[in-house]
Design a protein around this ligand. Structure first.
Ligand SMILES: O=C(O)CCC(=O)C(=O)O
Length: 395
């Protein structure tokens, strides 16, 4: 579903502006300059866009007043116009600064604090309450809701809301908003396809750990312009099981996620030359977003604190990243695949990149859920919780 919404919010006020402005640096510069002044315009579109815009105006002026072309000023201007640099068609960032983009490329992650407005956070929490009520009626996980091993009807424990964008119009609307797609476009290009969405609950006192893994080990593609955006729903600190990453590991190998020849969806950093002290926790207040690269090694520990830690993930990739055979990507034909376009255009021409690949096959005979698949691990990096009482943490 190509994004056909012709309007989007201006970053400086709530007014709508033509979405096309956002993708044309020079037009965006003039739009912002007119409504918010030159400082805001330079901040939004960058100094290069300003040079580009001023230059094209100058060009028009000289064309409109041919007599002017004999003046010394015009001769200088002609030289400037003909200078061999061409800023038109350059790719400008939409939301992120060049420093943030460079940081992501180097480290494979980013945290943007206070990215999602409170009104949106309220809507997300309201949707979660609705699914919690639904979970209380279940005795086992179903295609919408994934329950903790310790769940009972008397003590309902929801671990994950599966594909929330398909069962909540609010969470679909957020997914298609510039809050999510703006930074994603800056990092993976204008044409984006959804891989999956999920809302991981990690409730206070017992929220399950997610063992270390690379998303790309689950779904290898023809290139790795693949990322996950996590909307942080509760203040995330070291005690409530933040997402942790190994910076720079997105440029390394794709690690073996198999146990006894069967895909187990996890690896042990200590067995693979990664030093625990290098792991970084992605923390921030509720309303922040984390972004992690598809190949970065990441995981999170059990939440034994008295505060929940919930993250809503939208995982996506460049439209020209196609799944390799055996990837755990849902494939129901090209029509369904193209229906998953978030913005921009689909393509039938995959882009191939020379990167390491491992195929996540054979699959274990368990439901498709990272928590179930990772039970195949013989040794775990994180604690697990034992028994419905929520007591008795064991290794
Ligand atoms: O919820 C988390 O902390 C990690 C989730 C994750 O990496 C995943 O579900 O693939």
């Amino acid at each position: 579903m190509p994004n056909q919404v012709p309007w989007s919010d201006c970053v400086h006020c709530n007014n709508k502006m033509l979405a096309a402005h956002k993708h044309n640096a020079s037009a965006l510069f003039w739009y912002t300059q007119r409504s918010h002044g030159p400082r805001a315009a330079i901040k939004t579109s960058g100094a290069r866009a300003m040079i580009c815009s001023v230059r094209s105006c100058w060009k028009e002026f000289v064309t409109c007043f041919p007599l002017f072309s004999f003046s010394p000023l015009a001769i200088v201007s002609k030289i400037i116009i003909k200078m061999p640099f061409n800023f038109e068609g350059m790719t400008m960032s939409e939301t992120l600064t060049q420093d943030q983009i460079a940081f992501y490329q180097e480290n494979g992650y980013l945290v943007l604090e206070n990215q999602i407005p409170d009104s949106w956070m309220h809507r997300i929490r309201r949707e979660i309450s609705r699914f919690e009520d639904e979970a209380a009626l279940l005795s086992e996980s179903n295609e919408r809701l994934d329950l903790e091993d310790t769940h009972t009807k008397n003590a309902p424990r929801l671990r994950r809301i599966k594909l929330p964008h398909t069962i909540s119009t609010d969470l679909k609307e957020l997914m298609l908003s510039d809050y999510i797609l703006g930074p994603a476009r800056d990092l993976a290009g204008p044409n984006l396809r959804l891989h999956t969405s999920k809302l991981n609950m990690k409730s206070a006192g017992y929220g399950a750990a997610v063992e270390w893994h690379q998303d790309y080990a689950f779904y290898p593609h023809t290139n790795d312009d693949i990322l996950a955006i996590g909307v942080i729903i509760d203040d995330m600190a070291s005690e409530n099981g933040p997402l942790m990453v190994y910076p720079g590991s997105h440029k390394g190998p794709v690690y073996d996620h198999h146990v006894d020849g069967v895909f187990a969806g996890a690896m042990l950093p200590s067995d693979n030359g990664l030093d625990a002290k290098d792991a970084v926790s992605l923390m921030g207040p509720a309303g922040s977003i984390s972004i992690h690269h598809g190949r970065i090694v990441h995981g999170s520990s059990l939440n034994t604190s008295d505060r929940a830690r919930r993250i809503l993930f939208y995982e996506m990739m460049a439209a020209d990243a196609f799944p390799l055979m055996g990837s755990m990507t849902r494939w129901e034909g090209i029509k369904d695949y193209d229906d998953r376009m978030l913005c921009g255009r689909p393509t039938l021409n995959p882009r191939l990149k020379d990167i390491p690949v491992r195929i996540p096959q054979p699959q274990p005979d368990v439901p498709i859920s990272i928590y179930e698949i990772q039970k195949g691990m013989k040794k775990r990096a994180f604690d697990v919780i034992d028994g419905p009482s929520g007591q008795g943490i064991k290794r």
